[in-house]
Design a protein around this ligand. Structure first.
Ligand SMILES: C[S@@+](CC[C@H](N)C(=O)[O-])C[C@H]1O[C@@H](n2cnc3c(N)ncnc32)[C@H](O)[C@@H]1O
Length: 289
């Protein structure tokens, strides 16, 4: 099973076969734009992540010569001990890497996370006991990390194999960092599609809060201005099943569902939330269930 679980006290429910339903061999058009340099270093890292059997749905080469003659726009490889997804066109920005130790996310994690809008939305009035959270849309793990910094135990799902590998690798390296260890141990990552994961498998674990931040098809151009976001969208594509995800979230949440939206955009399914926590560019719609 290619599921990254840092916690020594994993729930047996979420490790059940019901969580292993992703077909790692299934083709995905978005990923065809990518070539993976699966050299010995990459293989070793896959083994360390427990992902040796991972069959990436993109072209794979095992040497630099083959890589040079490949026409894909993105390269997935192990560079400087990190798995990265790099656009070949340098004007598309820097390689995408998950690094919880530095950069914006490392900085935000060290700040007063209780001031983060997502944390306010998740905790609500109860400032003391951190709720358990199911993050259905793991992505690069920033939101899961912020919530773990605030003390929440977070079960994180990601269905895109490339994104899953980037995030698994970021968590793996964070595990070796003394300062981050205890934080990332609160995150349990699974390679899993939240829509088709049987509600019963999710339900058993009883999540106080279910959080979703999908790539809404109509996501505004301003979000696309960020280069990293453009790379992400090019490789991941849009999440066209956001309504089903919302229904699943409502089935699974014990207390509330939180949906992240661009600040000025419509409510999901035009459904008015119980309340919203608003920031400058984004909004967290809270649905009490
Ligand atoms: C906008 S990104 C999430 C960013 C994330 N909140 C963060 O802090 O980095 C959306 C991610 O959700 C994933 N996703 C969308 N629908 C999903 C589903 N049904 N199950 C699992 N992952 C899903 C996509 O593959 C994508 O990586």
């Amino acid at each position: 099973m290619c599921s990254y679980n840092n916690s020594a006290t994993n729930s047996s429910d979420v490790n059940s076969p019901e969580f292993e339903q992703n077909d790692m061999n299934s083709p995905d058009d978005h990923l065809m734009n990518t070539v993976c340099l699966r050299d010995s270093g990459f293989e070793q890292r896959l083994a360390a992540l427990g992902c040796s059997e991972f069959v990436l749905p993109c072209d794979v080469v095992d040497n630099l010569e083959a890589l040079d003659s490949h026409s894909a726009n993105y390269v997935l490889s192990l560079e400087n001990d990190q798995i990265q997804l790099a656009p070949r066109d340098k004007s598309m920005g820097n390689p995408v890497v998950v690094d919880f130790a530095s950069g914006t996310i490392g900085f935000r994690g060290r700040q007063n996370v209780r001031q983060e809008l997502l944390v306010k939305a998740v905790f609500g009035r109860d400032k003391k006991s951190p709720p358990s959270v199911l993050d259905m849309t793991g992505g690069l793990g920033r939101d899961s990390f912020i919530l773990a910094c605030a003390g929440c135990n977070v079960t994180t799902l990601e269905r895109n194999p490339l994104v899953f590998l980037l995030l698994s690798d970021g968590l793996y390296r964070a595990e070796t960092n003394f300062e981050l260890q205890t934080i990332v141990q609160r995150i349990e990552l699974h390679f899993c599609d939240a829509v088709v994961a049987p509600a019963i498998a999710l339900d058993k674990v009883n999540f106080d809060v279910v959080y979703m931040d999908p790539m809404f098809p109509e996501r505004t151009k301003s979000a696309l201005v960020k280069k990293e976001m453009r790379v992400f969208r090019d490789v991941v594509g849009e999440d066209v099943d956001v309504y089903q995800l919302f229904e699943q979230a409502k089935n699974v949440a014990r207390k509330k569902v939180i949906v992240k939206r661009p600040r000025k955009s419509a409510f999901i399914k035009d459904k008015k939330p119980t309340y919203s926590v608003e920031g400058r560019s984004s909004r967290f719609d809270v649905y009490q269930v």
